[in-house]
Design a protein around this ligand. Structure first.
Ligand code: FAD
Length: 305
């Protein structure tokens, strides 16, 4: 219930304006978002890489309504890739892109071309790109574009969401040689017709998807903070006879940082997803929806304003 309210608020402009002017939100933003500029993103990357972690960076720019905004987002990625290369970080840092931020909702072909341009720029500096997954209305369009990107760049990563009923099948389809698939639970409010609603059903689907990916020939990228699923993934890696460097764990910036380092110290590849940029509101609200304890902290701050 609380999760639904927060996710609804994530699309509400009135709430957004109020949240942006609340001092408490600045503290939370700092915890989950690396900053607003390319320099902030590179500095956060450097700190994590020095701790033995890998990174994927997301420029936050979700509500894109015209070509100029989509091209602005694309150009921010060019700037970021250049800066990562200048700092010698591209061996450990890649980028994550959202196709709606690149124009998917009003110009799918333009979104593909923008994503392709980012992949070309990433290839030039020796790194990779993962295409984030958004709500179920764009799943097919997103996967179609990932498939097209993979024609030139076989390493282009897809994201699959365990809460969708279709995902076990998608995992089998995307687990071929060279593929890179990030498996997450899913962060959007989705109808029962397409998504499991109960946590247990989502977790069970996640485990079936781990099996499908570990049994395949690609690189599974297991994006979860859930301790139980992390242990199951370690167990399945052994079962499917996988080396530690043939798969990754992934977590979000600011969430379970001690666990991130612990897994890396055990010899696992651990990639941290770093969001940065001005458009942090939708991202912050999705993180709050995942964790009522964070929400209580936040509401106290808004109420005392
Ligand atoms: P949960 O059941 O939410 O959490 C398990 C445990 O993790 C909790 O009990 C708690 O201990 C800890 N935890 C979780 N969240 C928090 C928090 N906010 N604060 C503090 N502790 C917390 N979703 C998409 O829909 N599309 C994407 O492209 C996408 N990309 C992602 C990339 C990465 C690297 C990661 C890690 C997640 C991504 N997600 C994406 C979000 C994902 O779908 C989930 O919403 C999110 O990861 C929470 O699910 P969980 O597996 O961590 O499990």
């Amino acid at each position: 219930m609380l999760r639904s309210v927060i996710l609804a608020a994530s699309r509400n402009k009135w709430v957004e304006r109020r949240v942006e002017t609340t001092p408490i939100s600045r503290g939370l933003v700092k915890r989950f978002v690396a900053g607003t500029t390319t320099a902030d993103a590179v500095a956060a990357t450097r700190a994590l890489v020095d701790d033995g972690l890998l990174v994927t960076l997301d420029y936050l720019g979700e509500d894109t309504f015209n070509t100029a905004q989509a091209e602005h987002t694309r150009d921010e990625y060019f700037k970021l890739l250049t800066a990562l290369n200048a700092d010698g970080l591209t061996h450990a840092a890649e980028v994550s892109v959202k196709l709606t931020a690149l124009g998917l909702l009003f110009d799918p072909e333009g979104a593909y071309l923008n994503a392709k341009a980012i992949c070309d720029a990433a290839a030039e500096v020796g790194t990779t790109v993962t295409v984030d997954m958004e709500d179920h209305t764009v799943t097919d369009a997103t996967l179609d574009i990932v498939n097209r990107l993979r024609e030139d760049h076989p390493w282009a990563g897809a994201v699959l969401q365990a809460y969708l009923r279709r995902t076990e099948g998608d995992c089998k389809e995307f687990a071929g040689p060279g593929s890179r698939v990030r498996l997450c639970k899913g962060a959007y409010k989705e109808p029962e017709s397409v998504a499991y609603q109960a946590r247990l059903d989502v977790d069970r689907s996640y485990v079936r998807c781990i099996n499908a990916l570990m049994n395949g020939q690609g690189t599974p990228m297991l994006a979860t903070h859930d301790p139980r699923l992390i242990e199951i993934a370690k167990d399945r890696a052994k079962w499917f006879d996988r080396d530690k460097d043939s798969f990754e764990f992934q977590m979000l910036y600011g969430i379970r940082p001690a666990e991130q380092k612990k897994l890396a110290a055990e010899g696992h590849k651990v990639r941290v997803y770093i969001p940065y940029g001005d458009e942090w509101y939708g991202y912050l609200m999705r993180r709050l929806a995942e964790r009522p304890a964070n929400m209580a902290f936040f509401l106290r701050g808004v109420a005392s304003k």
